[in-house]
Design a protein around this ligand. Structure first.
Ligand code: EPU
Length: 423
């Protein structure tokens, strides 16, 4: 297994291009199942999760070409051969559940393996299922699979009120509702930029949708959807992650393609911590203001709040801040797995349930560390950039799920980082 070796760094300088959003692409790709015409995505990221979604769609009979030059992902679902998403693929990636809504809406039946838990929490899919039931789907859970069908006449519009915000359940319901009869209203819907991106793409395919980006989305079902070409929105989590590199090491880095709108709550916390963020014509420029980073308190929330997907990376910054920071994780119950690894590097962190208290130390020390999930892995790389000596991050495959060319991008701004091939 490969590992990444990071050596503590001085100031960084230069530019980092930000890729298209993994989590947008993972819901835009299943949208191809809604139509028999081609869907083409540009600005798609080169990531192992995208390859897993490609394999899943291909297993259903969709034509999906490997990512082409210029990050183009071309897909067509004109000749699907199956409506069954097998456990062997679904278990690798929870986002596989996003094929359920589109398959059911277009074909009236689908069988999708239940994803099961993962490192950051139990992560059930009950909200996805309830939303589809509210549109008339009949569901049966047997042998680890959701067996879903709709009575003749297809899905019908309805009111879906989510008891709490779920990104994936909003996406599944939104896609399914585009082909349902009548009007569907999604209440307490997720407002993430990836939802807005999905709605914009579906509209290009002919869907009638209003209200994306607010907590109420209204969809007027249509008989069929056509093809489209769509550019995947910038990855706000990759953006936020690399914004933390100069915040941790000092220096000044420009993040190409970044906009404040994607990371406003995060920027507010950076400002409090003493990090400057300016909009430029090409993106965002980040530098550390004078003096040591200051402690800040963070609560993760659905968008537009502080994203859970940046909590681990923010913790890496706060490990060497002046004072004590309190981080509250409100989205996932088990998302502090990076804390014990950061403590191996000398960080002072107390975790109690969903709260972590981080008392800043003068410096971290390099150590061998183990990554447990995608965002935890990258937080250890960021911590390694701030540490004295060498940090070896093992289990790098987590990183490959969500960060394209992490080593090259950080080397490009002067970081001392390399990937070492394992057996
Ligand atoms: N939940 C339920 N029942 C459901 C659905 C969700 O209880 O049916 C719970 C979850 O267990 C969690 C909370 O609701 O506690 C919110 O989960 P949500 O459904 O919003 O998350 P998701 O759609 O599974 C997406 C991203 C995650 C990101 C979360 C929150 C994708 C593919 N994944 O997951 O991204 O953390 O939204 O913003 O879009 C990552 O990229 O590292 C990642 C984990």
């Amino acid at each position: 297994m490969d590992s990444i070796i990071v050596t503590g760094n001085g100031p960084l300088s230069g530019r980092i291009p930000i890729a298209g959003a993994k989590n947008a692409c993972l819901t835009l790709m299943p949208a191809t199942l809604l139509s028999d015409e081609p869907l083409t995505l540009t600005n798609a990221p080169r990531l192992s999760d995208i390859r897993t979604m490609t394999l899943l769609l291909q297993s259903l009979g969709a034509e999906v070409q490997g990512l082409q030059e210029g990050q183009v992902q071309a897909m067509s679902s004109h000749a699907l051969t199956s409506t069954r998403a097998e456990y062997d693929i679904v278990r690798k990636m929870r986002a596989s559940i996003l094929v359920l809504g589109p398959l059911l809406a277009r074909f009236g039946h689908a069988e999708v393996s239940l994803p099961g838990g993962c490192a950051i929490g139990a992560r059930p899919v009950d909200l996805h299922l309830r939303a589809l039931e509210a549109m008339g789907a009949e569901l049966d859970l047997r042998e680890g699979y959701v067996h879903a069908k709709v009575p003749s006449g297809g899905l019908r519009g309805g009111i879906v009120e989510f008891p709490f915000v779920s990104v994936g359940a909003t996406e599944n319901a939104l896609m399914a509702a585009t082909l349902a009869k009548g009007t569907t209203v999604l209440k307490n819907a997720a407002r993430e930029p990836e939802i807005v991106d999905l709605a914009q793409c579906l509209r290009k395919m002919g869907a009638q949708i209003e209200g994306e980006g607010t907590d109420t989305i209204e969809i007027q079902g249509v008989d069929r959807l056509g093809g489209a070409t769509h550019r995947v929105v910038t990855d706000r989590i990759e953006l936020g992650t690399y914004m933390l590199a100069p915040a941790i090491c000092g220096g000044e880095v420009e993040l190409l393609g970044g906009t404040i709108d994607l990371v406003r709550a995060f920027c507010e916390k950076l400002d409090e911590a003493g990090i400057s963020v300016e909009e430029t014509t090409d993106g965002l420029r980040v530098s550390r203001k004078n003096g040591r980073v200051k402690a800040v308190d963070v609560i993760t929330e659905p968008f537009p709040g502080f994203p859970t997907d940046l909590q681990a990376q923010m913790m890496a910054l706060l490990c060497t801040a002046e004072g004590t920071s309190v981080l509250e994780e409100k989205i996932f119950e088990n998302r502090f797995m990076h804390a014990p690894e950061l403590m191996r590097m000398g960080a002072k962190i107390d975790v109690h349930g969903g709260t972590a208290k981080v008392t800043g130390v003068d410096s971290l020390k390099g150590a061998p560390v183990m990554a447990t999930d995608l965002r935890a892995s990258v937080s250890l790389i960021l911590a390694g950039l701030a540490a004295e000596g060498e940090t070896v991050v093992n289990r790098v495959y987590h990183l490959d799920r969500g960060y394209e060319q992490v080593v090259r991008k950080l080397q490009g701004v002067g970081a001392r980082i390399e990937r070492v091939r394992g057996e």
